[in-house]
Design a protein around this ligand. Sequence first.
Ligand code: GLC
Ligand code: MG
Length: 428
Amino acid sequence: MYRLATSPRLMIVSDLDHTMVDHHDPENLSILRFNALWEAKYRHDSLLVFSTGRSPTLYKQLRKEKPMLTPDITIMSVGTEITYGNEMVPDEGWVEVLNQKWDKKIVSEETSKISELTMQSETEQREHKASFYVKKEKAQEIMKTLSERLVKRGLDVKIIYSGGMDLDILPQGAGKGQALAYLHQKLKAAGKLPTNTLACGDSGNDAELFTIPDVHGVMVKNAQEELLQWHAENAKNNPKIIHATERCAAGIIEAIGHFKLGPNVSPRDVTNLSDAKLDYFDPAYEVVKFYLFFERWRRAELENPEVYLSNLKSACSPSGVFVHPSGVEKSLHDCIDKLKDCFGDKKEKPYRVWVDQVFPSQTDSETWIVKFKKWEQTELVEIAGEEQQGCLTTVVVSSKGVKPTEGLTWVHMHQTWIKGTTCDDWVF
Ligand code: GLC
Ligand code: MG
């Protein structure tokens, strides 16, 4: 959370299922568009927060299935668990807050008396969250009864209905909104309150994200009835909350544009990447562009592949070296020449490449080291059950003797396999 030396430019707090992740888009196009935009333009000075109803178990499962970026902060189990970074270090302070007027045993006793409540799986029952399924028609009535009974037993709880089927019982101080308020408070204390915050959601448990002061909000196009109803009753005239015309992550990009929070054109939407020139050096953008080129090259989706290839070769230093994860060293120019062999080898296949956690750091006036994770998916997970392959990558780029519009020169590239992912035989 304190990765950034100054206030984050933008803090995105997004729900996952049916918001960041579109379960009706097997090609994952909208999330891939978001990923490219985030890594090229926001990662270095902004904060990405995922806020999901899922437990850590189901969250980790989703990460294996979908091309998801690594967030700076992960809020799970409907705002009852907050963790930081790759290692997912838990926020102990937050747990303290949640213990107030909460007793899971009493919740279990009272819920077991209501036959319309069906328990969700064991993984979704957490220290500060009890979760059930309940039919839409019964939801309002049951929430009322349950709430009265728990008050009588001395508890102070919050009952939330989401997705037209899920009923969660949490401590009153919990929830996605309260978790966000807590993070804002922490950031403020450190003098790093974000310049802008954008909350993104689709269902009932996201509603309270939109009630936190100074937060812009987007309900994605495919938002659930219960969220739209909440909005109609509570926030109809609030210009800071929009109902997007686009689904899921495309709706998030739409909101970035609508609220003018920063760049809103995903590099994935740029057809001619060689025309996408900047008047300043931007190593993160170059890395994102390179892997988009690489994906399009293998899918045979480029109009003038030969031109691209020669541009690429001239962007690599003649003495540049590529160190393959196996340890074998090759010259960058040889690698570019070898690319010819794989042109179109993934044509009409669901092959995708994306980069995660692109962090450039400048080492002298004309050199940058860029570190990132490169991920590839070769088949649709739904069909092959195949997992993503990842490489930890380090690139050295230089601006020596080139103009910004010509782009940076690639001097060195080094990759290692990310533990647990399988081997691929290709370079880059
Ligand atoms: C996720 C959780 C579930 C919860 C629901 C709504 O699906 O897995 O336990 O009820 O979100 O918050
Ligand atoms: Mg959702």
